[in-house]
Ligand binder design. Structure first.
Ligand code: AHR
Length: 506
């Protein structure tokens, strides 16, 4: 039976700017993300630019990828950047103790990463090593990347073939310091983060957003400790700049039994609803961190960054369990749609987010197999939603939505967000019912509107996915969207679907 949802969007009331960096990405030295993913090497028969795989670059450019986080993740706190510069044949091999315990040849290092960012047109988010590195090592990496004159690190960079400094806007101060990044207490890490950040200098015109490694999910105590330490820091209260400008948190989605414990493509209806409910739960987590940050920083100077999010299923059968390769279904796409609605609603404080991870790992944009490349359902959500990047959020009031009960709590089955730029608006709708279609009526108020294009993403089942044999099984298709005389937009959403409606405003 068809259900009904009703909402109001005020087209003339603009909210916070939705930073394009909420659509950021993450590429770790993990499994086949970098090696046999982004990096195939110059001698590969797979078309590449200086060793970087061309079809991946083209696919990501089509998303307007705003930033890329690298080299980890857990790997970041074991990575020593000097191992990855200079002639490739002379670089030392290293063991990747976090992910599969494989040996890497270090052929993808600082220069290759910055080259990748240039090819993508993306900002670099470099994650430094706090766990097993030193303040000096991190400080010199910043200098190597960003300093123009004849300083020792700038000279070393020139010896390695790069004259001009790069622009590096984002810098991570370690990763998951409460776990793989060093098993530190919040108070110990708070001191470390301030110290490391102090020596990550802004050379020349390079302005650096330093990001402290933040909480796991709803560990608000971690955020509170960092915010207290940051805003009460002596130099800062004396009128100095804050040592770091943002705090991160991580949120992985599963169906409730923990990461890495369920199949990506075979799931029950109950597991499906538990998964999307878990994803929707990020709203509570964001609200919690925002409330803590607001209490220490009412001026909104410190950004909240969700620099790892997405689904985490069992590694696909027959693959190395340490490589975290998983299929990506319509369910994953809906998880992405729900996250973006939450990100848009909290764009005042939430300044960046990075899905984990871009290629061949966890909730990826693209999956590769030899020379083949497949765009995942999640990729299409990023593409359909790209008009929200740097647009102004619009208030959406959901008046009526079908619901279901998941583990005793109500779950809304329709989620909507919207934004505007110039004389256009973009409305995104995520419909979660696994079996019933839904008629959504959206009262567009404040400005005249006309439909330019409407698209829907779904599959025969919530478990539908793309592969080499059927790469377009789950891809955006045209959607019927009508506008009634009184300005009410009407769309019929199939079960388990994500849709976007692009409007021209009068
Ligand atoms: O994305 C995979 C891993 O998940 C990252 O390396 C780590 O930060 C997190 O635990």
């Amino acid at each position: 039976m068809t259900s009904t949802a009703r909402a109001v969007i005020d087209l003339d009331v603009t909210g916070d700017r939705i930073s394009r960096h909420l659509y950021g990405h993450f590429a770790e030295h993990l499994g086949r993300c970098i090696y046999d993913g982004f990096w195939v090497g110059e001698d590969s028969p797979i078309p590449n630019v200086r060793g970087i795989r061309l079809d991946i670059v083209e696919a990501l450019r089509a998303l307007d990828i705003p930033n890329l986080r690298w080299p980890g993740g857990c790997f970041a706190d074991t990575y020593h950047w000097r191992d990855g510069i200079g002639p490739r044949q002379r670089r030392p091999k290293i063991a990747n103790t976090n992910w599969g315990d494989v040996v890497e040849n270090n052929h993808f290092g600082t220069h290759e990463f910055m080259d990748l960012c240039d090819l993508l047109g993306a900002d670099a988010y470099v994650n430094g090593n706090v766990g097993s590195g030193t303040v000096q090592e991190m400080s010199e990496w910043v200098e190597y990347l960003t300093r123009a004159d004849d300083s020792p690190m700038a000279r070393l960079r020139r010896q390695n073939g790069r004259d001009e400094p790069w622009r590096v806007p984002f810098w991570g101060l370690g990763n998951e310091a409460w776990g793989c990044g060093g098993n530190m207490s919040a108070s110990f890490y708070a001191e470390e983060a301030r110290r490391y950040a102090t020596f990550c200098h802004e050379h020349g015109g390079n302005s650096l957003t330093r990001i402290a490694a933040g909480a796991n999910e709803d560990d608000l105590e971690w955020t509170r400790t960092l915010m207290k330490s940051l805003t009460e820091c002596h130099g800062c209260t004396m009128g100095g700049n804050l040592p770091y400008q943002a705090i991160s948190f991580h949120y992985y989605t599963h169906s409730g039994s923990g990461i890495n414990s369920e199949a990506a493509t075979a799931f029950t209806t109950a597991q499906y609803y538990e998964t999307v409910a878990y994803a929707a739960g990020i709203e509570r987590i964001v609200r919690g961190h925002v409330a803590v940050m607001d209490s220490y920083d009412p001026q909104n100077r410190v950004g909240l960054v969700c620099d790892e999010w997405g689904t985490w299923w069992n590694a696909a059968e027959g693959t190395n369990p340490g490589f975290l390769f998983q299929q990506n279904t319509v369910r994953d796409a809906l998880v992405a749609g729900l996250h973006f609605d939450v990100f848009h609603r909290h764009a005042r404080r939430l300044t960046m987010a990075n899905i984990a991870q871009t290629v061949n790992v966890l909730q990826a944009m693209v999956l590769t197999d030899g020379e083949n490349l497949v765009l995942t359902p999640t990729y299409h959500v990023f593409e359909m939603n790209k008009g929200h990047q740097d647009a102004a959020g619009l208030p959406v009031h959901v008046l009526e939505t079908p619901t279901t009960t998941v583990r005793g709590d109500d779950l809304d089955l329709v989620s909507i967000s919207a934004s505007t730029r110039d004389d256009t608006a973009l409305v995104s709708l995520t419909h979660l019912s696994v079996d019933a279609p839904c008629t959504v009526r959206v009262d567009l108020r404040g400005r005249a509107a006309s439909v330019v294009r409407a698209r829907v993403l779904t599959g025969d089942a919530a478990s539908s996915f793309n592969d080499v044999d059927a790469p377009e099984r789950v891809a955006p298709r045209p959607l019927e969207a009508s506008l009634e005389a009184d300005g009410v937009l009407v769309v019929e959403l199939p079960p388990h679907s994500f849709a976007t409606v692009e409007l021209a405003l009068g």
